[in-house]
Design a protein around this ligand. Sequence first.
Ligand code: ADP
Length: 187
Amino acid sequence: MFILILGAPGAGKGTQGEILQRRLGVPKITTGDILRAAVKAQTPLGVQAKKFMDEGKLVPDTLILDLIRQELAKPEAREGAVFDGFPRTAAQAQLVDKILAERGQRLNHILLLDVSEEELLRRVLGRALEQGRSDDSPEVIRTRLAVYQRDTAPLIAHYAQRGIVHRVPGTGGVEQIAEEIRRIIGR
Ligand code: ADP
């Protein structure tokens, strides 16, 4: 089963993805984590990605498409995965669709975590104090929210045509949201 968790920065994708991954026994693929590790290790990808990430902009598809290909080709992702943080652009979505279709698979569910902009800002600013991520300054957070609205939110319409988008209220307790997701996907 392939599941995409979609939502703005701060919507809780990581938290719910973690719970889902454990419950379904499939890997969670998180492009943000992979990129942060690449930046830290100063790999060629990391060196190129860093300035986009620090500015809250998307890392260009020219760099991300290969990353997605590699992650989906891993044996542990053969039967299913939870996607967290990608696809984030139309080109990424097309690639994911194509790779899965070639394997006779498809995205089964899109879980759209719905949180108000005010709450998102509050959460991400709070997280900034705890984790000190370099892209968590108020200005950069605003850019990330705007980039989400411009580049990623349009994917909702793309997938909605297939009837696989489920809107999940992203406020309420972590357990309550996880339960709602369990109800939606039926496991
Ligand atoms: P958030 O959703 O909280 O903004 P992420 O950890 O998903 O955080 O992403 C952090 C940054 O990593 C993004 O602002 C972007 O620069 C980069 N990034 C992560 N995933 C992608 C992706 N699929 N395509 C392009 N850039 C990405």
